[in-house]
Design a protein around this ligand. Sequence first.
Ligand code: SF4
Length: 348
Amino acid sequence: MVENVLLAEPRGFCAGVEMAIKALTWMVQVFEAPVYCYHEIVHNAVVVRAFEDAGVVFVDDIAHVPPGRPVMLSAHGSAPEVVEEASLRSAVMVDAVCPLVTKVHHEVKTMAKKGYDIIYIGHHGHDEAVGAIAEAPDAARLVDPRDGLGEFDARDTEKVALLAQTTLGLYEWEGVLDDARERFPELWTARRGDLCYATTNRQTAIQQLSNQSDLVLVVGSENSSNTQALVRVARKAGVDAYRVDGPEDVETSWLDGVSVVGVTAGASAPDQNVQSVIDAIAPRDGVRFLRVTDEDEYFPLPPQLRMLMQTIQALVEGSVACSQPGEKGPVEHDKEFSATSALSVLGV
Ligand code: SF4
């Protein structure tokens, strides 16, 4: 029988996912269905299903958004043409891109303008990689860390930059980095790298978790890049590790002879799922916590949505249904409102 669950902190929702979930929740509260969303708002099956039930239609082609309908763009970042087309098609376009993804888009544009060839390390077909490379498709080339640098050739070997998807595994792309540094000694990289704080913190936590657990379970969906990276980090540390979306995926045979199960969650997995996985494990002596750091990052709602909400608030307070004019509204209170509360509005 399992004695303990060792629960990683931090785990689950990052600031970018918090922002995106709350933003789409506002959209479904303000507008009549259907509200459209370009790409899955975050890569999590439970979250996506909850929004579909609330009237969100997810599309992979912006042309599938009927003209005039409200549309949100996902947290992973979109190609500039997509942002432009969405603004033209829709009366209300809200871009929920994470600011840390925007930073990488900015690096791609800046380095391309300076005449650099860009090695972008990421996974083929991932929404974030597709959106970032689209900022400078003539200068940026995708290099999958599993394939390595291969025949990558530069126009000017002194002008090569290396950028990366924010959710890669901590060490899995270092082979490409070493190879690139050897071939291009003047290689430019972002000063603190492109892996985001949430990726780094969750992977640091799972490394420690792996050293103290007989088995590690990572809650998150199959198409979540940072979730898959967590599983790889745990396995690299030498422990059996599996990804589960929820309790239904936990196989009883995994728990045979196991006394401590480490549990964590990818950046897009709701904590409700983590709790139900722990319930399924039913540890005899309960849950212990393994905290590696505190996180207090907060990303404000997208500017288009803030402006819309402030306009609605001004209209209501100023004319129609004046409750308390001048009182703080939802935009100012947003920091105290969590994505978990937002999802509970949707019944998750
Ligand atoms: Fe932003 Fe990092 Fe979260 Fe991605 S994982 S949404 S880059 S904070």
